[in-house]
Design a protein around this ligand. Sequence first.
Ligand SMILES: C[S@@+](CC[C@H](N)C(=O)[O-])C[C@H]1O[C@@H](n2cnc3c(N)ncnc32)[C@H](O)[C@@H]1O
Length: 255
Amino acid sequence: MTESASPYAMETNSSGDQLRFRERLNDMYRTSPLPLEHLVCNFGLYTRSSVLVKTLVINEIYELILPVPGIIIEFGTWWGQNLVMFENLRAIYEPFNKTRKIVGFDTFEGYSSFSSKDRPGQVITEGGYAATPDYPAYLRELLAVHEGNNVLGHLRNRHEIVKGDVVQTAPKYFADHPETVVALAYFDLALYEPTKACLKAIRPHLVPGSVILLDEFTWAEAPGEAIAFKELFKGSEYTIRRSRYTAERAIVTIK
Ligand SMILES: C[S@@+](CC[C@H](N)C(=O)[O-])C[C@H]1O[C@@H](n2cnc3c(N)ncnc32)[C@H](O)[C@@H]1O
């Protein structure tokens, strides 16, 4: 699908010329002369800097949590690329850490239920960022395949995909797993109510050094995330700074 045929607008600051180069890059990817087995090992040929930066941020936060016990969570996974990167960074940095479970939460149905604290616009739209109906099963298998490919791959089930509205699923997850320690929580829900519900759910499970990544903390189009965070984390029990790779991601470390 070309980007112009996408069902909703992806976030972009690109000029018309840049969008045309992006379209051309997509064409060159579609018609790549590389055989498939070479293509999957040379994905950097077609990765734009604005996409590569996401990988750098994931690596930045993974390095921060190496000394911290506990699991990795992403609230708002979409296609699950971050979860796959976490799986592969786990294999690189701590291949023998059997306890570093990776859990992703999403409805896979896109945005819905806006509150008065949200600001729906071009990107934050009803149903925006929906995956396909069978996608949770595909993502579970994809993660299992990566896990099988990595060190200790015979130890299975170190991922969990929780499908449903996080307002219900996040509190239920922690009620079912009260022993959980959260080393890292990646927030990318954009909206006020679900972000607040998840921050509330994880709060008793954070420890000194736990990291919360806020994907939309400084983005005026999605004020709900920052409002929810500031309401719940008043006081001085955390430090916050921008990512070294992009001013758009805020990294919170619990004191
Ligand atoms: C911007 S996308 C996430 C992108 C992803 N983190 C990435 O970096 O590729 C936001 C996601 O939040 C999910 N979402 C929004 N509200 C939700 C809710 N109440 N419960 C569960 N998922 C929700 C949407 O389905 C969507 O997949």
